[in-house]
Design a protein around this ligand. Structure first.
Ligand code: ADP
Ligand code: MG
Length: 384
């Protein structure tokens, strides 16, 4: 999606060109799943797919929103009237950002927005965070708010949690705001400290495929809340603030203390081992051995499937088929019960692997998956 194209459409809609054009990417989480609400580690990287927004300030207390991907008329809102809750459409994401900024004491007197996106929606690739972050960054720059990095991400998370009403962690917004090209972002969700870890796969003859299964099982929303509550119960039973506080070498002792709480045992085991997998991945990438992370990704999938129990037949099919076809590693990514899986493979194997996954889906009578290569790309930025 070109900046010029979005700016031109903005001018058609609003009668004059925008003050600027910004972009914010979707993301894939390499490893560290369902750890972000346990104060743990995550490791996303930004996709080349992004939301591009053309934005101008207004001074009359009016917020006008338009998305090329939704079409229809311009939505006109008044920032003074914005309030969380209620039945929202897509405009809740940008409106929520304006609401969160104003709540935090920033004076936003209105804006005109037109945006267009290449981030697949509802595929676990965080189109929602990209949408929030692009708006927040544009308003930050235009209104000179001085917000950066995780501070900006926090406000976007608040927009999604409180205004939209979706209980998500801080990873997605931080990834969209802070990732750098050729790197994965090692993020400690407890103190929000971050490190850019070199992750230039192409230079090493590797590829990372994203396989969007195009399925989203209906119960996924409620299951997220249940897992989250189960993790909180585990932390309470173990007397810690968050499962992050259970060290990997203290896992067996912790599980023994949980006794016959079978479900909590499984959840705790996933979170504690997943944090260790993130640390192992960081160490392997730092030592210049990206191929060696393959088995770590696959272990992560087994843990999500067997302990956290959020995989589904379609995701398992991607992983099993890819591994059988010689992939270095594969796992589901995102919230689970559908969405996308990632596959780490030698560049030379990509074509055959893609074909075998497509054939496996066809043979199982499933909708064809969407397969694309994910090149670690830049985080949110101003384009024009
Ligand atoms: P994900 O973040 O995994 O893509 P979500 O359900 O969290 O899925 O967010 C998807 C929602 O974000 C869409 O239903 C829509 O409301 C909003 N959205 C995302 N991209 C756009 C866009 N380009 N234009 C308008 N709304 C969008
Ligand atoms: Mg989302």
């Amino acid at each position: 999606m070109g900046a010029q194209q979005v700016a031109d459409r903005f001018a058609e809609l609003y009668g004059a060109g925008p003050e600027g054009v910004w972009a914010a990417p979707g993301r894939v989480n390499l490893i560290g799943e369902h750890t972000d609400y346990n104060d743990g580690f995550v490791m996303p990287f930004a996709l080349p797919h992004q939301v591009v927004a053309a934005v101008s300030r207004r001074t009359d207390g009016v917020l006008r929103l338009h998305s090329a991907d939704i079409g229809g008329d311009i939505t006109e809102l008044r920032p003074d009237d914005l309030a969380p809750g209620g039945d929202h459409d897509w405009t809740a994401y940008p409106a929520g950002v304006v609401w969160a900024l104003r709540e935090a004491g920033h004076e936003i007197t209105g804006a005109d927005v037109h945006l267009a996106s290449t981030v697949p929606t509802g595929a676990g690739l965080s189109s929602s965070a990209a949408l929030e972050v692009v708006i927040a960054l544009a308003l930050n720059d235009l209104y000179g708010l001085g917000l950066k990095g995780w501070r900006l991400a926090r406000l976007c998370q608040r927009a999604e949690n409180v205004y939209v009403g979706a209980p998500t962690g801080i990873m997605d917004q931080t990834a969209s705001a802070c990732c750098e090209a050729g790197h994965a972002l090692f993020l400690d969700t407890r103190d929000l400290s971050q490190q850019q870890i070199p992750f230039d796969l192409a230079a090493r003859g590797l590829r990372l495929l994203v396989v969007d299964t195009q399925v989203k099982h209906a119960h996924s929303g409620g299951e997220y809340g249940k897992r989250r509550a189960g993790c909180e119960k585990g932390a309470a039973l173990l007397g810690v603030d968050a499962l992050r506080d259970i060290p990997y070498d203290g896992l067996d002792a912790a599980l023994a203390r949980l006794g016959d709480e079978e479900e909590v045992v499984r959840l705790v085991r996933h979170v504690v081992t997943e944090n260790e997998r993130v640390e192992r991945t960081v160490a392997l990438l730092r030592s210049g051995d990206p191929r060696a992370i393959g088995p770590v990704l696959t272990e992560g999938h087994a843990s999500l499937r067997d302990d956290f129990r959020i995989s589904c037949p379609e995701l398992d099919l991607v992983v099993d088929t890819a591994l059988a076809g010689g992939a270095l590693g594969a796992r589901m990514t995102g919230g689970g019960f559908g969405g996308s899986a990632i596959v780490l493979a030698e560049a030379a194997d990509v074509e055959t692997l893609t074909k075998s996954v497509e054939e496996a889906f066809a043979a199982a009578g499933l909708t064809a998956p969407r397969v694309f290569e994910a090149v670690p790309s830049a985080g949110a930025r101003r384009l024009v």
